[in-house]
Design a protein around this ligand. Structure first.
Ligand SMILES: Cc1ncc(COP(=O)(O)O)c(C=O)c1O
Length: 391
């Protein structure tokens, strides 16, 4: 069995309760939501969805007394971000983002820019870090309608000073959207304490749920200013040919990923039982172990981003002088290690980190990675780097 070091793409394995809950939903539940009668199966699907909404509102510090109506389910964070950006931004508005974003943010923004939205970039330093004073100076120069930042980079793992950034946005009454793809489930986040307009999450990474799940935690007033990006059947207001305004239906058209929600619901229970602090401590310990080994392995290895585990998450982008990262990933794969080379859907982040266009080898251990696996990876890397050059 290969050693899985690609948790930044999706976490694996999942806790056992996740596939169990999904299988149980398909074999024993299986009714659609709000599209039947009040049979036992219909009610049990509705209960599942409400239960998961309530857990998400609690988990992410939702608004309005953890009101589950302001939790929207999407297929992933990419859809969540698109729902927010396309629904809110109109031609002539100004939006600010950072130079460390994933294409889940950059591509919708570039598409909106081509329709007349003004896009501005807050540049991070070459370690991928945003500086609060740079945000203050941007906001003193121009007025923006929206800001969107990622909490941690999916390339270098650099963690942004989100408390400070959010406070500055609050002081300037600038609605802030947060991409939590690389931190949800690992770092405790509280949308209402941070004053976020919208917190976007994906279910299949640190939240340990299945692929095809994600969503948005909305600030209610902001949600009322956003138009639905996707419209269609909601199982409610069937006499209307226009989209209902009521939450959560406003942003949820079409049959949801119900087996996925069952899996995510079980994953949230697992996260709560295991404890986010325990998960973070375990990952911190094994990432520090990995980082120390990597730093002393070979001076031809160049690690991007912060070198201090307190300022990053478990996503390591590295290059080896004189060795293409794609070839390195292939050789590691042959040796039994799953990583990800290239540009990681984040060209602007690689430009900031000075790793564009060649990209980097991304190694992302996870909660279930053991010290033995790290040791064997380090040994394989050493061997590949030192083998006579036949490439
Ligand atoms: C920071 C960041 N944002 C957005 C995404 C997109 O995630 P998804 O494919 O689940 O929509 C990723 C995925 O790697 C990511 O790391």
């Amino acid at each position: 069995m290969a050693v899985y070091l690609n948790n930044a793409a999706t976490t694996w394995p999942k806790p056992e309760c996740v596939p169990e809950a999904m299988s149980m939903f398909i074999t024993q539940g299986g009714a659609n939501s709000s599209r039947g009668t009040s049979s036992k199966r219909d009610m049990s699907t509705m209960n599942l969805i409400l239960d998961c909404r309530m857990k998400l509102a609690e988990f992410f510090g939702g608004y309005d007394n953890l009101n589950p109506l302001f939790v929207t389910f999407t297929m992933n964070i990419t859809e969540a971000i698109n729902v927010v950006l396309h629904g809110f931004l109109k031609p002539g508005m100004r939006v600010l983002t950072s130079s460390m974003e994933h294409n889940a943010v950059m591509r919708p923004l570039r598409a909106l820019e081509s329709k007349g939205v003004n896009l501005d970039i807050l540049y991070a330093d070459p370690l991928g870090l945003l500086h609060p004073e740079d945000l203050i100076s941007k906001l003193s120069e121009s007025r923006y309608d929206l800001a969107i930042f990622s909490h941690a980079s999916n390339v270098s793992g650099t963690l942004q000073p989100i408390n400070e950034l959010a406070e500055i946005c609050r002081d300037h009454k600038l609605p802030l959207v947060l991409d939590t793809a690389q931190t949800a489930g690992l770092i405790k986040l509280n949308a209402s304490e941070l004053g976020l307009a919208a917190l976007c999450f994906t279910g299949h990474k640190g939240l340990m749920g299945p692929q095809g799940t994600g969503g948005i935690i909305w600030e209610p007033e902001f949600a009322s200013q956003v138009e639905p990006f996707i419209t269609g059947g909601t199982g409610s207001y069937s006499h209307l040919e226009v989209q209902p305004e009521d939450m959560p239906d406003k942003f949820e058209s079409g049959t949801p990923n119900l087996p996925g929600i069952a899996g995510l619901n079980a994953a949230l229970d697992w996260l709560t039982e295991t404890g986010i602090n325990n998960i973070a401590n375990k990952e911190y310990e094994s990432d520090s172990y990995f980082l120390e080994k990597l730093k002393t392995l070979d001076e031809r290895i160049i690690l991007s981003g912060m070198q201090d585990m307190n300022k990053r998450v478990s996503v390591f982008a590295l290059n080896v002088e004189g060795l293409d990262n794609g070839i390195l990933a292939d050789e590691l794969s042959i040796a039994g290690f799953e990583t990800r080379p290239g540009l990681h859907c984040a060209p602007i982040a690689h430009k900031t980190l000075n790793t564009f266009p060649q990209g980097a080898l991304r190694v992302s251990p996870g909660y279930f990675t053991t010290h033995e696996e790290i040791d064997s990876f380090i040994e394989a890397l050493r061997e590949i780097i030192n083998q006579p050059c036949t490439r």
